[in-house]
Design a protein around this ligand. Structure first.
Ligand SMILES: C[S@@+](CC[C@H](N)C(=O)[O-])C[C@H]1O[C@@H](n2cnc3c(N)ncnc32)[C@H](O)[C@@H]1O
Length: 227
């Protein structure tokens, strides 16, 4: 897949681009590209924002600036699925990540300041996605979260093909949280590893893991109910 990120701070993604899942996905032919609104702004002196009509604090990212960035990237032809990052968007979860990773081409729009002129939401974006009901300073961290979720779902992004398939909230785990993992040593300060995991009986291990996932799912439900 091609994943394009539109941002005012492309340098924020330097570390992200070096992560193993990303470099593996890119080596498999996928692309992660960064676009800087300031490089394509039609306004003078790299201007990208303006004060809000009607008054109020903060600056607003201009619609003509975002439109120019998209037009220069994609011309007048068909556009990728364009996802605007917003605290009030559809909450990111595993089914949404599956939906997005099935797209051949996705563009993520990172906001800053007070966010986007609403005409970006109305006319340029196909979806709005939130990584949680809280407000961050900008869309770069949310874009990295979305990109990370998508990239690690791509074939070859993780060393072991099964590791992305059977994870928390995946279909293989019936949407439940993942079971606990243990590794060597088998005992540390009296803290032991469940016997079944040392038994070599794959059927029993599978049964135990599913049961642990069910227990965690019930615990999470109880926590959610209490909140
Ligand atoms: C300071 S926020 C704007 C908040 C906006 N004034 C509001 O009250 O909803 C600036 C940008 O950060 C991004 N952002 C902040 N929190 C986010 C979240 N929880 N999920 C997704 N994007 C977020 C969005 O791109 C947003 O346009």
């Amino acid at each position: 897949m091609k994943l394009d990120i539109f941002t005012l701070f492309p340098e924020a993604f330097e570390w992200f681009g070096t992560q193993r899942s990303v470099t593996n996905a890119v080596a498999e032919g996928n692309e992660l590209r960064l676009f800087d609104y300031r490089r394509t702004t039609p306004l003078k002196a790299g201007q990208v924002d303006d004060s809000p009509y009607g008054g109020g604090a903060g600056m607003v990212l201009r619609v003509d600036v975002v439109d120019a960035a998209l037009r220069i990237a994609y011309g007048e032809g068909p556009r990728p699925r364009t996802v605007l990052l917003s605290p009030s968007g559809r909450l990111l979860d595993d089914p949404l990540a599956d939906e997005l990773v099935a797209e051949p081409h996705v563009a993520l729009l990172c906001g800053r300041y007070e966010g986007f002129d609403d005409r970006v939401h109305q006319h340029l974006a196909d979806d709005e996605v939130s990584i949680g009901r809280y407000v961050l300073a900008g869309g770069e961290l949310p874009a990295m979260v979305v990109a990370d979720v998508l990239m690690r779902k791509l074939p070859g992004a993780l060393g072991h093909e099964d590791s992305a398939a059977e994870e928390s909230y995946s279909q293989l785990l019936e949407g439940m949280p993942e079971y606990p993992h243990f590794t060597r040593p088998p005992e540390y300060r009296g803290w032991t590893v469940p016997e079944v995991l040392l038994s070599g009986d794959h059927g029993k291990v599978r049964e135990w893991r599913l049961e642990q996932s069910r227990i965690r799912a019930r615990e999470h439900e109880e926590l959610d109910e209490r909140q």
